[in-house]
Ligand binder design. Structure first.
Ligand code: MN
Length: 235
């Protein structure tokens, strides 16, 4: 193909104990999927159908990354989340078949410009500026389901400078991983390469430059990032 500009490079995530990598197509994120987090956001938890948003694939940052404090926010939040890596696509996937579409699992942080998100929410506008900004999706290496199985319980936690901020269990997900896969695939075709951030438990809070952030999910792994000074603006 003769492109007039260089095509963007393929974003990918490491696979634990493998040389091969997972090429990222789309990044889906579930909103409000733990009761206590829904309450801290001022909403009643419910089994109403889940809602989703996307981040661009090039928002993914590898474990260990340095993330400059983003522009246009004074309330930059962490959200620790179980991430699902889709290995086989499909439409109208049933809950009972959903796990067979999962390649593996990872630990991600849905970084959020909370002030932008809430302003958009309250104005009835899209969440894009609060959620889908550059480097907003740190993600650990993927552990393969063939080694791990399909975890339905396990501690999920996040610490800032060694102080625990979020501490819950993935068994508390309002919508389980198979239910989320079924829900998305009823609306849009899932494809191999899709990542799904499944929602965060309570305890979200602000990050500032020089914070060291570590999080993990029992059995799945850990993710670590550091917050840097605000990026130099060149334009
Ligand atoms: Mn989230």
């Amino acid at each position: 193909m003769n492109y007039i500009i260089s095509p963007p490079s393929q974003v990918s995530v490491a696979i634990r104990d493998r040389d091969s990598r997972f090429p990222v197509r789309r990044v889906y994120c579930v909103g409000r999927n733990y009761e206590a987090h829904a309450r801290e956001m001022g909403k009643d938890p419910s089994r109403d159908p889940p809602f989703l948003f996307q981040k661009p694939s090039d928002a993914v940052v590898a474990d260990g990354g340095l993330i400059a404090y983003p522009p246009q926010t004074n309330n930059f939040h962490h959200e620790i989340e179980l991430v699902v890596a889709i290995g086989r696509g499909g439409s109208d996937i049933s809950v009972t078949e959903a796990n067979s579409h999962v390649l593996g699992y990872a630990v991600g942080i849905d970084l959020t410009r909370r002030d932008q998100q809430l302003a958009a929410r309250d104005a009835g506008r899209p969440w894009e500026w609060g959620k889908a900004f550059d480097r907003s999706a740190p993600c650990s290496a993927i552990v393969l389901a063939q080694a791990l199985g399909h975890p339905a319980q396990g501690r999920i936690w996040l610490a800032v400078n060694d102080t625990i901020r979020q501490d819950a269990d993935i068994s508390q997900l309002i919508w389980s991983v198979p239910e989320v896969i079924a829900f998305i695939s009823n609306s849009m075709a899932l494809e191999a390469g899709d990542l799904i951030f499944t929602g965060t438990p309570a305890g979200v809070g602000p990050l500032v430059p020089d914070d060291v952030v570590s999080g993990g999910i029992e059995g799945v792994g850990t993710v670590n990032i550091r917050i840097g000074p605000a990026a130099h603006r060149t334009t």
